[in-house]
Ligand binder design. Sequence first.
Ligand code: ZN
Ligand code: ZN
Length: 397
Amino acid sequence: MNLIDAIAAQSDALRAIRRDIHAHPELAFEETRTADLVADCLTRWGIPIHRGLGGTGVVGTIRGTAGDSDRAIGLRADMDALPMTEANTFEHASKTPGKMHACGHDGHTTMLLGAAQYLAANRDFAGTVYVIFQPAEEHGGGARVMMQDGLFEQFPMQAVFGVHNMPGIPAGTIALSPGPVLASNNEFALTIQGKGGHAAMPHLAVDPIAIAAQVIQAFQNVVSRNVKPLEAAVVSVTMIEAGEVPNVIPGTCTLRGSVRAYTAETLDLIERRLGEIAQMTCAAHGATADFHFQRNYPATFNHDAETAFAREVIAGVVSPGALVAQVPIMAAEDFSFMLQEMPGCYAFIGNGDGEHRDAGHGQGPCLVHNTSYDFNDEILPLGATYFVRLAQAWLAR
Ligand SMILES: [Zn+2]
Ligand SMILES: [Zn+2]
């Protein structure tokens, strides 16, 4: 593995930064401490910063000194944590109950800091590297808010690249593929308005719970019977709210859930079918349906040319063995908004098999969004090296 020596030599410092961020998680759009830390580091390393895009967003500008060039590249990391209570008890575990870096954004931020430090000290390139630290990937679409605030106008670039860690992919490898890599993320809410009554006299009520059971069953037919078999889609009912005591039929029942799909056609179909099933099932039983469908993040599509370029960088500069293929998954990413406007590629860096986590706290592979998850510090130098090599090779083209 051809790690950049100067970055590998910073491993301990990078680990310390990563663990500091991990211990102090902040939720979407509240990343003030993290943004301060990022801004302090960049400033210390001689990188001019811009703050405030998306509220807590930070953009650093690193200009090369090897001649004039209009070429520019964006490298992006996310800073936010999740509203979960960490199960780990190691020293750098979250100090705030109810908040946790369970998706490794602490690691993403640190990898990009490592790259920024190196590029600022080694400006033998022509052009500009923008390091983009965004808020609110998990909730609220911080990438989109930074764009609405003028990210690509204030910092014009020709391509943008992002990385996410992935448990289960071997440490020391980076996985990517062109085209669809992550699905769109959408949600629905259905309130079934029935008629409450005595549990012993159901004939005088309209039971929304019995109707909800039929709706849930019918929703599961949408993917299996309406969506084309070769199209990927998920419909998950994840919340049911109704009733307070065993002897009362409640008046309403609310269902919520998540829908994932890749194509607009499939998403349109699912939205329409869920609405029809909700309305007609409720009508059939004398209830009314209040159905809402919300589209959150679009599907993430890697651009062919930039993905081929990223593959070359990994295989040619980092190590041929570091490159692995990625199959699409149904999770979602707000980096998709950036890739709708800007060519680029979103890659997965292997977080390993979980052996880096403390014994007694779920050793072995542990997915992101799990209370036992921890980012693998061993991969920080590889992620930083990848970002640096991407920037150098992109600007040299
Ligand atoms: Zn996440
Ligand atoms: Zn994430």
